[in-house]
Write a protein that binds this ligand. Structure first.
Ligand code: XUL
Length: 523
């Protein structure tokens, strides 16, 4: 039975997981971090610091260097034999875009194993940097696209999301407006996922439906680029976009570059890469409807498989393609670890203190004290905040502040996930902060359902590896989920006694505070 490789090209690192599908075990996990492993790029958090006007860009050549370093490290491990890998798939941070000239296709088809990827791709970039999902510079372009379509409701019903700053379409429009020459020279625009997959497959590959839906350009009902959205975004855009295909599409065999340099097998197949959230859906064992996943990361996300595409009437949530077929919803909360870390730093606490000094010393519901935990601008709901707003909190009581930030974050998620119409039986929690028992307990009590945590650390890379195993090696999803997506023994926490009524009351109070403070449209 085959060995498969899953990659994840994320904001701060490129990582890999190698699975033995026979024994159902993880053979090895490896990561290259942009900050600590590639310090010369000066992008400690994975993007170029100091961007103005909301610009957040990364250097795509840094991603290529990281990919090579990752393979070097994998090749050097005694436990890993790259020659037996049967299939590779991957995931990428969503929405980010790479702009390349027409010559890219020829170069990527003939990658030279004696030179670095970076040295071969460099001259094909028509834009030196890649805007990533943290970029908020495109409000004007979003308004223009919405206006061209006759309103955001139309953009949303076609693409699954209203026009959103970080989505690729508005980013493309900004580039086409700002740099006429660069636009003229651009032959192909890739997402992070399809750019990295192109290197592996040695050809300019298609964009999968999962990640394509994060562009404000894909028509969800046809599964193809939407002519009206294309026209509203930039001239001649269709010719510059790769095709879009089902996520399970085999892009081809691995390129000779990786065979020559790292000893991959010429028969190893490359499956289209997808976005990190669609891949995580698979890695969390949640690609069939019924499970809700909350991922606590730089930004927090809440996602679930959907049988039918249903859109958020308030425009905060998104619909992406589910790599296993059908659709998934995703809601992104920018003030994730950012807010939790601010509280930790401000109060001089350690993570463990969140339990010991915070949650353990305060009652469920915090006696009505609450926080709107938006330390920076938030997209769900859309508020231009530059500091958390608290009601009844005294900064001299760190324990109450800790509880307030967490309860505020999870109430915000609960309120803004209602449009999904899903009543989960269990919430699956992942991401760095999910390891903290107190945090998991608070999620369980706020949502009123048990919370489980899976043994795996990187669900995006794992989901990619599972996709490779399913699409290329024909291993049934059930089998893969049984092996790799089991809750960690003893990790499930249940709602606290009496929490239901307390959080119903607190939610009302919290929502009133939100509306009074930010004058939001009714939701
Ligand atoms: C989702 C989003 C983020 C990135 C993070 O819409 O913007 O979750 O995918 O990598």
């Amino acid at each position: 039975m085959p060995t498969v490789l899953g990659l994840d090209s994320s904001t701060q690192s490129v990582s890999a997981v190698v699975l033995d599908t026979d024994s159902g075990s993880i053979i090895h996990e490896e990561a290259v971090s942009f900050g600590s492993d590639l310090p010369d790029y000066g992008q400690p958090s994975g993007f170029i610091p100091g961007g103005e006007g909301g610009e957040v860009h990364s250097d795509p050549l840094m991603w290529l260097d990281a990919l090579e370093l990752l393979f070097e490290r994998l090749a050097a491990r005694d436990t890993v034999d790259l020659g037996v890998i049967a299939a590779i798939a991957g995931s990428g941070q969503q929405h980010g875009s790479v702009y390349l000239d027409e010559g890219f296709e020829e170069t990527v088809r003939n990658l030279d194993g004696s030179r670095t990827l970076k040295s071969q791709v460099l001259s094909h970039l028509t834009r030196q940097t890649a805007p990533i999902w943290m970029d908020t510079s495109t409000s004007e372009e979003c308004a223009e696209i919405a206006q061209a379509l006759g309103g955001n409701a139309e953009v949303c019903s076609r693409s699954g999301s209203i026009a959103i700053e970080r989505f690729t379409g508005p980013q493309i429009r900004r580039f086409a407006k700002m740099s006429l020459d660069g636009w003229e020279l651009t032959g192909v625009i890739h997402l992070v996922s399809s750019f990295m997959a192109s290197m592996l497959a040695g050809r300019s590959v298609a964009i999968d439906h999962g990640d394509a839906a994060g562009m404000n350009l894909l028509n969800l009902s046809t599964g193809d680029w939407d002519e009206t959205l294309l026209a509203a975004t930039a001239p001649g855009l269709r010719e510059k976009l790769p095709a879009t295909r089902a996520s399970s599409t085999i892009a081809g065999q691995v390129s000779t570059f990786f065979i020559e340099r790292y000893g991959l097998n010429p028969d190893c197949e490359v499956v289209l890469f997808s976005g990190d959230n669609p891949s995580s859906l698979v890695g969390m064992g949640a690609s069939r409807p019924g499970k809700v996943v909350i991922s606590l990361g730089t930004s927090d996300t809440l996602f679930a498989a959907m049988p039918e595409p249903r859109t958020d009437p308030n425009g905060y949530g998104h619909v992406f393609g589910n790599p296993m077929g059908g659709f998934m919803s995703l809601i992104c909360f920018l003030n994730g670890s950012l807010a939790r870390e601010r509280v930790k730093e401000d109060l001089g606490l350690e993570w463990a203190d969140f339990d010991r000094e915070g949650l353990a010393k305060t009652p469920v519901g915090n006696e009505g004290r609450l926080m709107l935990p938006f330390y920076g601008p938030e997209i769900t709901p859309r508020v231009e905040s530059s500091g958390a707003v608290s009601v009844g909190l005294d900064s001299a009581e760190p324990a109450a502040v800790v509880r307030a930030v967490l309860e505020g974050q999870f109430l915000n998620m609960k309120v803004h996930a209602r449009w999904l119409g899903v009543d989960p039986e269990t919430i699956y929690l992942t991401g760095g902060a999910s390891r903290n028992d107190g945090i998991a307990q608070t999620v369980a009590s706020v949502f009123g359902v048990p919370v489980s945590r899976l043994a795996v650390s990187g669900s995006a890379a794992l989901g990619a590896a599972m996709r490779a195993a399913e699409a290329s090696c024909g291993i049934p999803l059930d089998e893969l989920e049984n092996s790799f997506c089991q809750p960690e023994t003893g990790s499930t926490v249940h709602p606290e006694e009496g929490a239901g009524q307390i959080y119903e009351d607190l939610e009302q109070k919290w929502v009133s505070a939100l509306h009074e403070t930010f004058q939001l449209p009714n939701d």
